[in-house]
Ligand binder design. Structure first.
Ligand code: ADP
Length: 266
């Protein structure tokens, strides 16, 4: 969009005629629109659990049986946890936007990191009758990165894979080293519901969800993949997704190999 400003010429210049200044303001408008959408989304995401909490507390004020009381208290607790997760994710994104997120680069052993994520998510996978399979080659070259941030990446991807895969399915992590490019490739693959082609380009956007109800029901904030992408870019890496509806999804990460003497802390 072009913004045109017309002003009369200054007196010193004879006061005759006008100056016309043309400026492309589309980019600025787009940034403003994105900021407004983001604030609207955050307000909505906070409003939903608050409405539920208010409703349940009002019911608790009435004389209700102890079984219902216990159920309502548990639901209030779940909604408060959802708000906490949302605020944590928003703070992480804000620190990334302002470049204030501490990043300590060391040599990260991805197979060991994946084992710890699988140990953490094992109970959830068993609950959903899913198997977690680690097919990473060992040894693998170390990756140059922040161990905590990379753990957050794998936690998010494996949690999503578990979340969007029906019982009896499988979540697999595999990888290999691209020695010539000094990059390591790792992929997280599931046999789940998949993502429709038209949604694929948008899933890394903040608050974008394919199925809002399903994401909310699972306690998702809709910010996980936005955080994952940000972290990978902080590591000078790349993330790609391929998916087929009804068959499954594969997220592939390319991360730089660690070179001796590369440690950096902040
Ligand atoms: P959420 O908290 O909703 O999971 P994310 O940012 O992690 O938010 O993911 C965005 C959306 O991408 C999800 O709501 C879901 O629709 C889709 N998605 C992410 N991972 C998968 C997956 N492994 N299989 C199918 N859909 C997925």
């Amino acid at each position: 969009m072009i913004e045109v400003t017309v002003a009369p010429l200054a007196h010193q210049m004879g006061g005759l005629g006008v100056v016309m200044v043309c400026r492309d303001v589309s980019a600025q408008r787009q940034v403003d629109r994105m900021r407004q959408d983001f604030v609207a989304n955050v307000s909505h995401e906070l409003q939903t659990p608050l409405t539920i909490i208010r409703g349940f507390t009002e019911t608790l004020m009435d004389d209700i049986d102890s079984e219902s009381r216990e159920r309502f208290i548990r639901l209030i607790h779940d909604e408060a946890n959802r708000m906490s997760r949302l605020v944590d994710d928003l703070l992480t994104l804000s620190r990334m936007d302002h470049h204030t997120l501490p990043v300590a680069v060391t040599g990260v052993d991805i197979p060991i990191l994946v084992e710890s994520i699988f140990a953490k998510l094992g109970p959830r996978a068993r609950e959903g009758q899913l198997s977690l399979v680690n097919q990473l080659p060992t040894p693998m070259p170390l990756v140059a990165g922040d161990a905590d941030l990379l753990a957050e990446v794998f936690l998010n991807l494996v949690q999503n894979a578990i979340q969007y895969t029906p019982a009896g399915g499988q979540v697999t992590i595999s990888g290999h080293a691209h020695v010539s490019h000094q990059m390591v490739a790792v992929w997280v693959e599931d046999t789940g519901i998949g993502i429709p082609a038209q949604d694929l380009p948008r899933i890394f956007e903040r608050f974008y969800r394919v199925d809002k109800a399903r994401s909310r029901a699972s306690g998702g904030t809709g910010l996980g993949l936005a955080i994952v992408k940000h972290i990978i870019e902080l590591h000078h890496g790349r993330i790609e997704v391929k998916s087929t509806v009804g068959q499954g999804t594969r997220f592939t990460l390319w991360l730089p190999e660690f070179q001796t003497g590369q440690e950096k802390g902040s």
